[in-house]
Design a protein. Sequence first.
Length: 332
Amino acid sequence: MKQHLQYPELVTRLRERGLSVRSDVDAVSTLKRVGYYRLSGYLYPFREQLENGRGDRYVPGASFDDGVALYDFDERLRSILGEGLSIVEVALGARLAHVLGSLDPEAHLLREHLDAAACSKPTVHQGREMDGHDAFVARYEHLRGEAKEEAYVKHHILNHDGHIPLWAAVQFFDFGCLLRLYNLARKKEQRKVADVFGLADDRVGQLAKLLRPLNVLRNDCAHNNRVWNRSTIYPPSRIPDRMVTTEILHLNSLDEPERHRLYPLAALVAYFILKLHRDSGWIERFRDCVVAFGQVGGMTPETSMGFPTSWNAMPLWNPTGSANLSDGTGAS
């Protein structure tokens, strides 16, 4: 087990490994606020590159302040990404509630209104083998239990024998639960949801494939995980040209390494918001946040997050300068 060190000792260790520390007082204050281990993730890119990975020593010129700058930027990035993902999550719940709720107020609990094959597909939930619908219901019941003190849940328990219509229930769903329900829906209902997200006639489950990595990103943002230069294990799939408007098609030309970086995920959020709530101002706020990053320690949005050259001049990131492209190939 590693030895526990006091804050001044940690600062000394960083300096001994070649890191420039401008102020011991400020460094200790930062370590108290952030933690040595969390901050080390932002200092890691400044370590010397060896044949078998990064060494313990820092490259000449590396500074503690650069690591703090990356950490502070990542905080701002997580916050604004969280705002955008919230717009997407709320819209997914609202559209699912409207489309499935028109079949039955409790369509989410009734297999006859869902896709039979998806409902019966074997899966594992909480270490137990069950089918897809049972796994969804188990998650649903867990979330309903957590929300039992909410006024609207109490109302349905007291006045409607505990029957909660889907349009009320989605208020306590998390992103993952919404995605589970979307995957259980029949194709015709899925297409009605996907249309609002700017995916025309989605017959191949494209929206589900694009929402999966966004669910992971949403969890990273919610749990304060580093997102700035993180690689995703679920890169978004390539989108058929016929399904979307032109703002997002440049993602299909990205090389494989860039597909695992942050940019494709941020671009998907931007595209969905362009279709869902183009006047929210989110796209412009995100663009300005990343542009303000500039470069830290030689790292730029292009080199560390996979942003394409001149990305901020693309129509996707300038929605007020482009016409509304709702022309039947995607939803407004």
